[in-house]
Design a binder for this molecule. Structure first.
Ligand code: TXA
Ligand code: MG
Length: 416
């Protein structure tokens, strides 16, 4: 049986979280809201409790977890040393959607770090998360509270959908504000290496005057992306502890081969062509956020995307509709441009041919990001045979947004 504790994030009381905190102390599994997505928490210092997280999620055991703390000073208990770069980042961005990869203290159970010499630490800003961790009085290991391979949950209902009956409880603190997982930064060296883009953007780190590099793939399409990270995406991954084995880095420049490897289909390691490619963050090698129906990304600038949608909607287009309706994951701006054509299709967009989910305005990518995972989950409740999704500029939060869309698409483009 999974308990639900409702908590108003504007009026958090220790009282309201006492049972959930006691459950964590007793080695239980409790899902809770953060400003990014819901996490599935266990006491990070109890190996058995942490092991149960992997079972509940169906998560591969070689993918390490993030340890959440309520107080900045708690980082000292989890790491050996706090490098100057990490200190700057924590001062500026904690509490908030930033995870720092740091040298791990030997006190941390190996099940948390998947045996790595580093540990990922984050101090969330969500009042419910902080009160819960504080009340439990222990660091809390928590991956996103979804079944492995599903989009991260941004509401308590999403958590219930995936894990109801499999965990001890869910603290329902309403919808998550950011809707995408935290930025993961390797802060063990002199350069901030972004392993996963998120709410703390590259631009925000650069504004501190710190050297930054990215080590995630993608940024391959959409507006103004001629420059695939080519140089940036993979080169110099050796800075990341223990993963100097990026295959054929020179072959990568400008060819996206590494990006292809990240986006491979299948569950585990990218095969053929990539050689013994070792991703800088273990999570990178897994396919994430895949909706039930294949998702295709539109490419190019906005006008080009609208044009491609018009061709798709034109009565003469060959779409193979027999397999089921097509989902359109598009902005309000784009919807306005194609609405007349949807009506000409005879069903105003609500009939059997098209299922439209609006992401928000192209001028407000934070809203698009907040809604993304919920929209993908909503398509799973329909009979769509395919989803065609709009893409966005890579500026600011757009970089994290596009990273998640790329993962959902697994390399699929529309038109193919
Ligand atoms: O926003 C978030 O980060 C959410 C909330 C709950 O805090 N958590 C989350 O956790 O997204 P998870 O487990 O879904 O993603 C953690 C990512 C994985 O890609 C994992 O491989 C990476 O962080 N990671 C964890 N420890 C690492 C380490 N020592 N070195 C490199 N990457 C690490
Ligand atoms: Mg996750």
């Amino acid at each position: 049986d999974t308990k639900i504790w409702r908590v108003d994030p504007r009026q958090v009381s220790a009282e309201g979280l006492r049972e959930a905190a006691a459950c964590l102390q007793a080695g239980g599994l409790v899902a809770f809201p953060t400003e990014t997505v819901y996490g599935l928490g266990a006491d990070a210092l109890q190996a058995e409790a942490v092991a149960a997280i992997f079972t509940a999620k169906g998560r591969p055991s070689d993918n390490p977890l993030i340890v959440h703390i309520a107080d900045r000073d708690d980082v000292a208990r989890l790491t050996v040393g706090f490098p100057a770069l990490a200190r700057r980042l924590a001062e500026r961005f904690w509490p908030g959607p930033l995870t720092l990869v740091l040298p791990a203290s030997p006190q941390i159970p190996a099940v948390v770090t998947a045996g790595l010499a580093t540990v990922a630490v984050r101090m969330p800003s969500h009042p419910v998360a902080r009160a819960l961790i504080g009340e439990a009085g222990t660091p809390v290991a928590a991956p996103s509270a979804n079944r492995s391979g599903r989009p991260s949950p941004t509401t308590a209902a999403h958590v219930w959908e995936d894990l109801g009956g499999r965990i001890d409880g869910i603290v329902d603190g309403g919808d998550c504000d950011l809707g995408l997982e935290s930025t993961v930064v390797d802060a063990t060296g002199d350069v901030a290496v972004i392993l996963r883009p998120g709410g703390v953007t590259r631009e925000m780190i650069e504004a501190l005057g710190l050297p930054v590099r990215t080590a995630f793939a993608a940024e391959r399409l959409g507006e103004g992306t001629g420059a695939v990270a080519g140089t940036d995406a993979v080169a110099g991954t050796d800075a990341v502890a223990g993963t100097d084995a990026v295959a054929g880095t020179d072959a990568v420049a400008g060819t996206n081969e590494a990006a292809e490897a990240f986006c491979c289909d299948g569950d585990v390691e990218p095969g053929g062509g990539a050689g013994d490619f070792v991703p800088p963050s273990p999570g990178m090698k897994y396919v994430h956020y895949a909706p039930r129906a294949p998702l295709y990304l539109l490419d190019g600038g906005w006008e080009g995307q609208v044009e491609a949608l018009r061709r798709l909607l034109s009565p003469s287009a060959e779409r193979g509709d027999d397999a089921g309706p097509t989902g359109l994951l598009i902005s309000e701006d784009t919807y306005r441009r194609i609405e007349p054509m949807l009506q000409q299709c005879g069903d105003a967009g609500h009939g059997e041919k098209w299922v439209v989910r609006l992401t928000g305005s192209r001028e407000d990518l934070a809203t698009v990001a907040r809604r993304l995972f919920g929209a993908i989950r909503a398509f799973d409740q329909t009979t769509v045979a395919r989803i065609v999704a709009e893409t966005y500029p890579h500026r600011g939060i757009g970089s994290a947004l596009m990273n998640r869309l790329e993962k959902a698409a697994g390399g699929r483009r529309w038109p193919g």
